[in-house]
Design a protein around this ligand. Structure first.
Ligand SMILES: NC(=O)c1ccc[n+]([C@@H]2O[C@H](COP(=O)([O-])OP(=O)(O)OC[C@H]3O[C@@H](n4cnc5c(N)ncnc54)[C@H](OP(=O)(O)O)[C@@H]3O)[C@@H](O)[C@H]2O)c1
Length: 251
């Protein structure tokens, strides 16, 4: 199949593109950047926000895996532009990656993802949506970005269920070559753990001595997180723990 991966240069999309190529699919990557030398992929330079290059990116594809994100409201408009181009190009299947709890935790970014899901559902294209919990990379990055501070802040009374990006990519790659499935079962990591515990685990792994300071997130978003709206304990299908991820990736 001819498969376009939007966000094929990102944390998740890069691994999806690798998996698809390894299973014999013809993979095209959409990026705002020019093709790196020696890329094994078909490459389209374009921008989902402006719409530049999108018609060329979707031309002749059977499936679009939409893993690009602009990390905010731009995601809705980007998804609209992608859908419109896909419809003009003969209505390939659209596989979208979303986040567990986008309808439970009213974080600005989650609200945008929920609206983007609605755009996919109403697209008239054959579609599949997979929601995943936070990637290990994100949990690690939340502590890493604070490396110059004397303490490490984290969220009080909030748990996460981080998952390895390779496991999400594998599921997404499976769904890409499958029939359209609508909303499929969520995918979550193997363990639900306190944010404080995850921050301490990260600091131990990188050999950094810092006090971990839990902060109370106010408002509806804080309540949504504390209630665990972003968790999927009944879908703890990931096997790679945060410790294992840290051992492998040495962030
Ligand atoms: N991170 C998590 O914990 C997590 C958990 C569950 C679900 N998800 C979802 O998984 C998806 C991928 O997340 P990620 O963490 O892998 O993202 P990421 O590493 O931030 O990558 C974002 C990608 O989007 C592309 N992009 C950004 N703006 C663009 C634009 N205007 N036009 C075209 N491409 C654009 C970037 O490509 P270029 O820079 O090359 O243009 C990049 O490849 C997102 O939809 C996210 O919501 C993430």
């Amino acid at each position: 199949m001819n498969i376009l991966v939007t966000g094929g240069t990102g944390t998740l999309g890069r691994v999806v593109a690798e998996r698809l190529l390894a299973t014999g699919q013809r993979v095209r990557v959409l990026s705002r950047r020019p093709a790196p030398t020696g890329t094994p992929y078909g490459w389209c330079t374009g921008n989902l926000r402006s719409g530049a290059g999108i018609d060329q990116a979707v031309a002749g594809v059977d499936v679009i895996v939409h893993a690009a994100t602009t990390l905010g409201r731009g995601d809705v408009e980007a998804t609209r532009k992608l859908v419109a181009a896909a419809r003009r190009a003969g209505s390939p299947r659209l596989v979208y990656i979303s986040i567990v709890g986008v309808d439970q935790v009213p974080l600005f970014y989650y609200r945008a993802k929920l609206s983007a899901e609605r755009v996919v559902e109403a697209s008239g294209l054959p579609w599949t949506i997979l929601r995943a919990t936070q990637f290990h990379d994100l949990i690690a990055a939340m502590s890493r970005v604070q490396r110059r501070l004397p303490v490490t802040f984290t969220l009080a009374k909030v748990r996460f269920q981080p998952i390895d990006v390779g496991e999400v990519a594998e599921r997404l790659a499976e769904l890409a070559v499958d029939e359209p499935r609508g909303r499929v079962s969520d995918i979550g990591g193997p363990e639900v753990r306190e944010a404080v515990d995850l921050a301490r685990t990260y600091l131990r792994a990188v050999g950094r001595r810092r006090r971990v300071v839990p902060l109370w997130l106010p408002g509806k978003t804080g309540r949504g997180y504390r209630r665990g709206g972003h968790l999927a304990p009944d879908h703890a299908v990931g096997r790679i723990t945060f410790e294992e991820f840290l051992r492998r990736s040495r962030p």
